[in-house]
Design a protein around this ligand. Structure first.
Ligand SMILES: Cc1cc2nc3c(=O)[nH]c(=O)nc-3n(C[C@H](O)[C@H](O)[C@H](O)COP(=O)(O)OP(=O)(O)OC[C@H]3O[C@@H](n4cnc5c(N)ncnc54)[C@H](O)[C@@H]3O)c2cc1C
Length: 490
């Protein structure tokens, strides 16, 4: 049986032990500067790196008993792939869960039980060769299981498979009271659904059992269509005969209309024969389930190199890289689903000020918002170097989960762009009025008012959170900035 770690992730049902007090040695505590993937917002925090459940509990105790005058509070951090300030707490404690990395595949049940710090890429490297696929993956393999649950991530197949939380059968949560609770869809109360998409603010996810999908191998059959206008992209994405993994890349630099490429992909029915199939060869150690880093952007990348005049020709090449229409090209899971991972540390391309990713979703029928956003960027000359469009299916039961039935658009914008803040505030209003929302896991600037206007079940989430953590121990810079969790003044 493919197994990564003999330490099976423990699953106690409601084990209670007092959290350790002040002065207890917490392994690997260090003061560090942290930021999200966009690099726009920095925080200095005390980072604690537990390697098992007892050390995680000790880290909780350290935050509870911080010296007087020190700002208390703590937040979990996985791989730091959220773009803004969700996984950091200025002046507080951050629990780095990447030391909790074991996992077990149960092929008879079609599930994997993984500790929270295991990355989806590490799981895929074992699962796919054994004939199993994670049902939902984001656009990078470098996210942790805990981060995937806390953001209730979505993939290109959201319309058919929903978000990550739909496939979580059970999880272990270390609460502010020092309890480890086993929670699942059938648990009493709202704590399980408040934890899915709950941005780490209900407690520390220690492990999770996730249901899997069978696959024949690591290949995907990909259809591509070049489009001249954003409306054509919407039409191809909505066509009933497309594959289940759908996404459009739009060129907002060299094109006024949002020309781009729409891909629709399906897991191939046959395993690939290395070196003989069309498309990619199956080669790497993970048999194509993940993608290897090909290049690393150097640390001292000059700030001014990324600009419309350099991105324009690159986008032109990308646009021409596929014929007008292509059907059934075989690509590995890694290459098709995680293309950005081939370039390590790519946010450095934006220079020291970093960038933000604005991701919105609006209900079907609100396409005018997409047009207004594209038009607004153009009119205000705010550059957007990457734009991605996807369709989404019905929302989950989780009150803070981002996806709703409709269109989602992501925009990568340099943080130093003139006028970016007021423009995104205007977009927030358009999105909220349409009944849409902005993704917290990408956010670096949303106001409490905008958040309240977008998430109608916020009150339900806050009630569940408050019950689990009345002292508001779990908090993050994101939570305080948006008043998801109100500051206790400590
Ligand atoms: C290139 C790229 C592509 C992406 N594509 C997508 C996409 O297609 N769809 C999508 O939904 N997202 C996407 N994302 C965002 C990413 O999937 C989420 O931000 C995810 O949460 C990151 O996981 P992480 O392990 O890096 O978590 P972090 O960034 O470290 O943390 C994110 C949040 O999870 C919480 N958290 C982390 N671990 C735990 C834990 N053990 N217990 C409790 N809370 C925890 C943190 O407190 C924080 O609130 C993408 C990100 C990148 C960089």
């Amino acid at each position: 049986m493919p197994t990564r770690d003999a330490r099976a992730p423990g699953a106690p049902r409601a084990r209670t032990r007092p959290a350790p007090g002040a002065g207890e040695q917490i392994p690997k505590a260090r003061r560090a500067k942290l930021s999200g993937w966009g690099g726009a917002l920095e925080a200095e925090a005390l980072v604690l790196s537990p390697t098992d459940i007892d050390e995680a509990r000790a880290a909780l105790g350290a935050a509870q008993h911080a010296a007087p005058g020190t700002r208390t509070g703590l937040i979990a951090r996985g791989m730091g792939r959220s773009y803004g300030d969700a996984a950091q707490l200025s002046g507080g404690h951050v629990i780095d869960v990447t030391g909790l990395r074991g996992f077990d595949l149960d092929p008879a049940a079609g599930t994997v039980t993984a500790q929270a710090g295991a990355t989806l890429g590490e799981l895929l490297a074992v699962l796919v060769p054994a004939g199993w696929m994670l049902p939902v993956v984001p656009g990078t393999q470098h996210v942790s299981v805990g981060g995937a649950i806390a953001s209730d991530i979505h993939g290109k197949n959201h319309s058919t498979d929903g978000s990550f939380g739909r496939h979580v059968e059970a999880l272990g949560l270390l609460t502010a009271a020092g309890e480890v609770l086993e929670l699942g869809p059938g648990s009493a109360g709202d704590l399980f659904s408040a934890t899915l998409g709950g941005m780490g603010l209900t407690g520390l996810i220690l492990w999770a059992r996730i249901s899997l999908k069978p696959v024949a191998g690591a290949m995907m059959a990909v259809d591509s269509d070049r489009v001249e206008h954003v409306d054509d992209a919407l039409a191809v994405l909505a066509a009933p005969d497309g594959g289940t993994h759908r996404v459009a890349w739009l060129d907002l630099v060299a094109s006024k209309t949002g020309r781009g490429i729409v891909t629709r992909a399906e897991h191939a029915a046959e395993p690939a024969r290395p070196g003989t199939d069309r498309g990619d060869h199956v080669s790497s150690a993970s048999d194509g389930a993940t993608v290897a880093t090909k290049l690393t952007v150097p640390k001292r990348w000059p700030a001014g190199l990324l600009r419309s005049s350099t991105i324009g020709p690159f986008n032109e090449l990308r646009y021409r890289s596929v014929p007008g229409q292509e059907r059934g090209k075989l690509e590995t899971i890694g290459k098709h689903l995680f293309p950005l991972d081939a370039l390590n540390a790519w946010p450095r391309l934006y220079g020291p000020r970093g960038f933000t990713q604005y991701q919105l979703v609006v209900p079907y029928g609100s396409e005018s918002v997409l047009h207004n956003v594209i038009g607004g960027l153009r009119r205000r000359r705010v550059p957007c170097y990457l734009c991605v469009l996807k369709d989404m299916g019905p929302a989950s039961v989780a009150p803070l989960s981002f996806p709703i039935s409709g269109w989602t658009m992501t925009l990568d914008i340099p943080w130093a762009a003139d006028g970016i803040r007021p423009l995104l505030d205007e977009f927030d209003v358009l999105v909220a009025e349409a009944g849409g929302r902005v993704y917290l896991s990408k956010d670096a600037r949303m106001s409490p008012e905008a958040l309240r206007a977008m998430y109608p079940e916020l009150g339900r989430w806050q009630a569940a959170r408050e019950q689990a953590d009345p002292e508001r121990l779990w908090r993050s810079d994101l939570a305080l900035r948006t008043a998801l969790v109100e500051s206790t003044g400590r």
